[in-house]
Design a protein around this ligand. Structure first.
Ligand code: KG4
Ligand code: ZN
Length: 337
């Protein structure tokens, strides 16, 4: 079986071909970061137009590079939400049209389902059930995952997502978009603890998060006086440490609460090296295990969408296949079956 996966929910155009017997046959990502950088963030209309320009070319390129013809595609998975409405519509339109032309099933995929299943593409793949920590630009959630389509929300951010907090804080520190990786780089030169930032909701007793206060605390620190280069690095390190402390503590609590021993970490912030190191330390100490996608599969890509679609096909989960072009910019993961 060969599944084409299409991702266009935000600022990356992703196309991949996945075969359960051969693994990833092609995986191409075009990032729009350079285009949005001069505006300091994603401009939705520009994102949609760029997906229109790039998506057909990437599909052709994926087929050519892997020596596969269109007729060999057995199913098409695409991101149907959540994300930017216009950007999602581009992927959905291309996927549904191609599925109709090739007379193969189309499989609308939840973007976060793609992220949380992506560590299963690794050699040392986790098995169900597990707890997933989803940390992206738009979401911070802890989910209990019992199988494909069996997701129970354990806790989530009540305001900013972790990636959003990284991006906004990076902006306050004068770093270019997208700020997360830039802030992580700056933090490597700094020392956490020289500034004192809060650990929001660390002791709230539940599995929810809040990151907007942290960003405000950074704003207060940057406004108090002009910071030296070394102080900016210290503030970045303290911010990163605060986010990591909360993410680690709540992940441990989620594992305790569910009695499970495997944590799957997915989404862009899952690429953060300090987060990975701290989670590994805390989990290994308890005899538990953390699984991550390859760093290149942490941020948005078509591979995770093709993979999720293949798993859904195999599980016999519903395919729409009626050619309707329907996207869900807001779509709670726990509501899908
Ligand atoms: O999953 P993703 O590619 O897109 C969404 O679905 O949102 O996540 C993007 C987010 C951005 O906020 C970006 O700044 C953050 O992930 N990010 C990082 C790192 N790499 C990406 N945040 C912290 N450290 C990183 N190394
Ligand atoms: Zn994402």
């Amino acid at each position: 079986m060969l599944v084409l996966g299409i991702e266009s929910s935000c600022d990356e155009t992703g196309v991949a071909l996945y075969d359960p017997d051969r693994g990833l046959v092609a995986n191409l990502v075009h990032s729009q970061i350079a285009m949005h950088a001069e505006y300091g963030g994603v401009v939705p209309e520009l994102a949609s137009r760029d997906h229109v320009r790039k998506l057909p070319l990437l599909i052709e390129q994926a087929l050519a590079e892997s020596g596969v013809s269109r007729e060999q595609i057995d199913a098409i998975g695409y991101t149907a939400g959540p994300g930017l409405a216009g950007a999602l519509l581009v992927g959905a339109s291309v996927a549904e049209s191609l599925a109709m032309a090739l007379d193969v099933p189309s499989i609308p995929i939840h973007h976060l389902e793609g992220h949380l299943l992506s560590p299963m593409l690794a050699d040392d793949a986790p098995t169900f059930p597990f707890v997933a920590l989803l940390v992206s630009g738009g979401h911070t959630q802890l989910m209990r995952v019992d199988g494909v389509g069996a997701y129970q929300l354990l806790g989530e951010s009540v305001d900013d997502a972790a990636g959003e907090a990284f991006d906004k804080t990076a902006k306050l520190l004068g770093l270019p978009y997208p700020g997360g990786p830039e802030l992580a780089r700056l933090a490597e030169n700094g020392v956490a603890g020289r500034f004192a930032l809060p650990r929001p909701m660390l002791r709230s007793g539940d599995l929810d998060f809040s990151f907007s206060g942290l960003k405000t605390a950074v704003l207060t620190a940057t406004r108090a006086r002009t910071l030296s280069e070394a102080e900016r690095a210290d503030l970045a390190a303290e911010f990163q440490q605060a986010v990591v402390d909360v993410l680690v503590a709540k992940s441990v609590r989620a594992l305790e609460h569910t009695g499970l021993t495997t944590l799957v970490v997915a989404g862009g912030v899952g690429a953060n090296r300090h987060l990975r190191h701290s989670l590994d330390q805390e989990l290994v100490r308890r005899g538990w295990r953390a699984c991550y996608p390859a760093p290149s599969l942490c941020t948005d890509n078509g591979a995770m969408i093709a993979f999720a679609a293949a798993l859904r096909c195999r599980a016999g989960l519903p395919e729409r296949g009626d050619g309707a072009i329907c996207v869900r910019p807001r779509w709670p993961l726990a509501s899908i079956g």
